[in-house]
Design a protein around this ligand. Structure first.
Ligand SMILES: *[C@@H]1O[C@H](CO)[C@@H](O)[C@H](O)[C@H]1NC(C)=O
Ligand SMILES: *[C@@H]1O[C@H](CO)[C@@H](O)[C@H](O)[C@H]1NC(C)=O
Ligand SMILES: *[C@@H]1O[C@H](CO)[C@@H](O)[C@H](O)[C@H]1NC(C)=O
Ligand SMILES: [Zn+2]
Length: 562
C-alpha cells in the first residue's frame, strides 16, 4: 500500500511516465519469470550429491583380508576384547583443565595420567608398539609412524586426541556410572571420553593392531597422531605434532594425502513418508570439509581515577562497559553465503536423498544465487543453519567492581565468536572496533585496539581490546581422490549411508594441520542421535559403534593403498 501524501491530493503524472511506469516493471517481471519460472517437475538435485560406489577391495591378499574383516572384526570375541581395552582407556583420567592452556613448561603433576595412558596403550597394543616408529612429542602427545613400502606415495594421517574435558563436580552424582569407571553395561561403555574422542583413538589402534596381526604391510605410509590438549586449543599438542612431522618425518608443504580427525558423525535422519513411499531412516555420513574460525575478544574499561561513590559521575566504568555490550548485542554480525560454503552441498545432499524438502524449496536451493536473501532469511530462523552463515557472538564472561561504595576502576567482558567462512579474525575485529570506538570517544576515553597503542593526554581512561583467535579453515576439495576414497570406504562399512560434505561449527586439532594437506576431513563413523553425551553427564558409546569405527579405519588403510 502506498502512503498518502500528507498534503492530500496526488500529483498528476504525464501519460508517458504512466506508460513507462507500468510497462518497464512488467517487462522486468516477465523476464524474471521466464528466467526463473519454476518448472517444478524438472527440478532434480540428484546430480548435486552423487554417491561414490562402495569400496571393493582388490589389492594383494584381498581375499584373505576380506575374510578377516568379515569374520574377525564382526565377531563377538573381537567386540568383547575391544570393549575391555576401550574401557581401560576411559579409566585413566587424562583431563585437560583450563589452567593448563598453553602452559610452558607443562605441569608434571596434572599430566601424570597422560604418562599412565601411554603405558596402557603400550600394554594393550603390543604390535603397534613393536612395528611402528613411536615418537613422544612434547612429553604427552603421541605419533606412530607406519612406514609404507612405496615412499613415493604421500602418507595418510589419522588423528584423535588423548585428553578429555573435566567432569563438573556439581554433576558427579548425576552420572549413572562414575565418569572414570569405564563401566561396561547395556552393550555400552560409560564414562568421560567415550564419545569425545577415545572411541576413535582406540578404533584407530584396534584397526592397525588387527592389520599387523596378519602381517599387513602398507604401501602408503600411515601417520597416527594423538594430541594431548585438544580441548584447550592444541597449543602444546597438535601444534608440536605438526612441527615434528614437518621436521623429523621431513614431510613437505601439503605432503600428506589426507588427514582425518574427529568432527562430524553418522546421523540418522527420519525421512517423512510421501505417497506410497514408507517412512524410513537414512544414515547420513556428514564429513566436515571446513570449520569456522574462532576468536575470544576481551574488552576492558579502565578509569584513571576511582573515588568514592558519593561523588559519582554519570557513567561508571561498569556503565560504559554496559554500553559496549549493548552495542555489540544490538549489532550482530551479518550473514552471508558464498558458493564454496559446504552448507549448500550439505543441503543439496539432503534435498537429493530425502523427502524433507518441497519442490519449491529444492528449486530455491538450486537457484540459491537468485534467492540468496530468501535463503538467508530462512536460515536465520534455524540456529544450526544460521551458525553456518553467520559469525556468532556470545558474551560469556564479565567482571568488575569490588566494593559497593567505591567507583569501579577496572572492568572487562570476554566474548566468544565463531567466525563464518566469509569473514576473518580481522574483519570480525573491525566490526567490533567500529562499535567500540565511538563509545570510547563519547565518554572521553582512549580506544586501545592493541597493547602498544599509546594513551593520549586529557582523557579519563581507556577501553582496551585484546584477542586470541584463528581464521576459518580452508575448504577441502570434494572432487579430488581423497574425498572419493573416504566416501567409498564409508559406503562399504555402512552400506546404505549417504555421504554428505558439511561445515563444522565447532573446532578441532585440525586448526594446526592446514599446511600438511589439502584434504583435511573431520569425521568419525560414530552413530549419534545428537551430541547430548559430549562434555556433559552420562557420556557413553555402544560397543557396536566401537566395532564399526575399527572396521572403518581398517578398510580406510587398505583403500588408500589401492
Ligand atoms: C581480560 O583482559 C584484562 C586486561 O588485559 C585482564 O586483566 C583479564 O584477566 C582478561 N580476562 C580474561 C578472562 O582473559
Ligand atoms: C603455514 O605455513 C605458513 C608459512 O610457513 C605459516 O606462516 C603459517 O603459520 C602456517 N599455518 C599453520 C596453520 O600452521
Ligand atoms: C548415551 O549417549 C547417547 C549419545 O550421546 C545419549 O543420547 C544418551 O542420552 C546417553 N545415555 C544416557 C542414559 O544418558
Ligand atoms: Zn574432541
Amino acid at each position: 500500500m502506498e502512503k498518502q501524501s500528507l498534503l492530500g491530493g496526488r500529483k498528476k503524472t504525464s501519460k508517458r511516465w504512466t506508460f513507462l511506469g507500468i510497462f518497464v516493471p512488467l517487462l522486468l517481471i516477465g523476464t524474471l519469470l521466464l528466467t526463473y519460472w519454476p518448472d517444478l517437475n524438472k527440478v532434480s538435485l540428484d546430480d548435486e550429491c552423487v554417491q561414490e560406489p562402495s569400496y571393493v577391495p582388490t589389492g594383494e591378499r584381498a581375499a584373505e583380508l576380506n575374510q578377516r574383516y568379515e569374520e574377525y572384526l564382526t565377531s563377538s570375541g573381537f567386540a568383547d576384547s575391544a570393549a575391555k581395552r576401550f574401557s581401560g582407556a576411559i579409566k585413566i583420567p587424562t583431563v585437560s583443565y583450563d589452567e593448563m592452556t598453553a602452559q610452558v613448561p607443562q605441569d608434571p603433576v596434572s599430566h601424570k595420567p597422560f604418562l599412565e595412558f601411554h603405558k596402557y596403550l603400550e600394554k594393550s597394543y603390543p604390535l603397534v608398539h613393536q612395528r611402528l616408529e613411536k615418537h613422544v612429542v612434547n612429553e604427552y602427545s603421541l605419533v606412530f609412524y607406519w612406514k609404507g613400502s612405496d615412499i613415493s606415495l604421500k602418507p595418510t594421517m589419522l588423528m584423535a586426541h588423548i585428553d578429555v574435558v573435566p567432569v563438573d563436580p556439581a554433576t558427579a552424582n548425576e552420572w549413572k556410572y562414575p565418569p572414570f569407571s569405564g563401566e561396561i553395561a547395556d552393550g555400552k561403555v560409560w564414562g568421560r571420553g567415550t564419545a569425545d574422542t577415545k572411541m576413535s583413538l582406540i578404533g584407530i589402534l584396534e584397526s592397525v593392531e588387527a592389520l599387523l596381526e596378519v602381517n599387513y604391510e602398507p604401501k602408503r605410509s600411515v601417520i597416527v597422531a594423538f594430541g594431548h590438549d585438544e580441548e584447550i586449543t592444541g597449543f602444546n599438542g597438535a601444534q608440536n605434532i605438526v612441527k615434528f612431522i614437518e621436521n623429523n618425518l621431513a614431510i613437505p608443504h601439503h605432503g600428506v594425502e589426507m588427514i582425518l580427525d574427529e568432527g562430524m558423525t553418522l546421523a540418522i535422519v527420519e525421512d517423512p513418508k510421501i505417497g506410497v513411499m514408507k517412512q524410513r531412516e537414512i544414515t547420513f555420513a556428514n564429513i566436515g570439509i571446513a570449520e569456522k574460525g574462532y576468536v575470544n575478544v576481551n574488552i576492558s574499561v579502565s578509569m584513571d581515577i576511582g573515588g568514592h561513590a558519593s561523588i559519582a559521575p554519570q557513567h561508571t566504568g561498569i556503565g560504559i562497559l554496559s554500553q559496549v555490550i549493548v552495542a555489540l548485542e544490538n549489532n550482530p554480525f551479518a550473514p552471508d553465503l558464498e558458493e564454496s560454503n559446504p552448507i549448500l552441498k550439505s543441503l543439496n545432499c539432503q534435498a537429493a536423498h530425502t523427502n524433507k524438502f518441497s519442490k519449491r524449496e529444492k528449486y530455491i536451493l538450486k537457484h540459491w544465487k537468485a534467492f540468496k536473501h530468501v535463503l538467508l532469511k530462512v536460515f536465520s530462523a534455524n540456529p544450526a543453519l544460521n551458525a553456518a552463515v553467520t559469525t556468532s557472538q556470545a558474551i560469556d564472561v564479565i567482571q568488575g567492581g569490588v566494593k559497593v561504595n567505591a567507583l569501579p576502576q577496572f572492568s572487562f567482558e570476554v566474548a566468544n565468536h565463531r567466525i563464518a567462512l566469509h569473514e576473518t579474525v580481522d574483519t570480525t575485529l573491525d566490526h567490533i572496533y567500529s562499535l567500540v570506538r565511538p563509545i570510547a570517544k563519547k565518554n572521553n576515553l582512549d580506544f586501545l585496539p592493541t597493547p602498544d597503542t599509546p594513551r593520549t593526554k586529557g582523557t579519563k581512561g581507556a577501553i582496551s581490546v585484546n584477542h586470541l583467535g584463528f581464521n576459518p579453515s580452508p575448504i577441502s576439495p570434494t572432487d579430488a581422490s581423497p574425498y572419493k576414497v573416504l566416501s567409498s570406504v564409508i559406503r562399504r562399512v555402512f552400506p546404505d549411508s549417504i555421504v554428505a560434505p558439511s561445515l563444522m561449527t565447532a573446532n578441532t586439532d585440525t586448526r594446526w594441520v592446514w599446511n600438511l594437506s589439502e584434504s583435511i576431513f573431520r569425521f568419525v563413523p560414530d552413530i549419534s542421535t545428537g551430541d547430548e553425551g559430549i562434555h556433559t553427564v552420562n557420556e557413553n558409546n555402544s560397543i557396536e559403534n566401537l566395532v564399526g569405527i575399527a572396521r572403518f579405519y581398517h578398510e580406510l588403510i587398505r583403500a588408500f593403498d589401492e
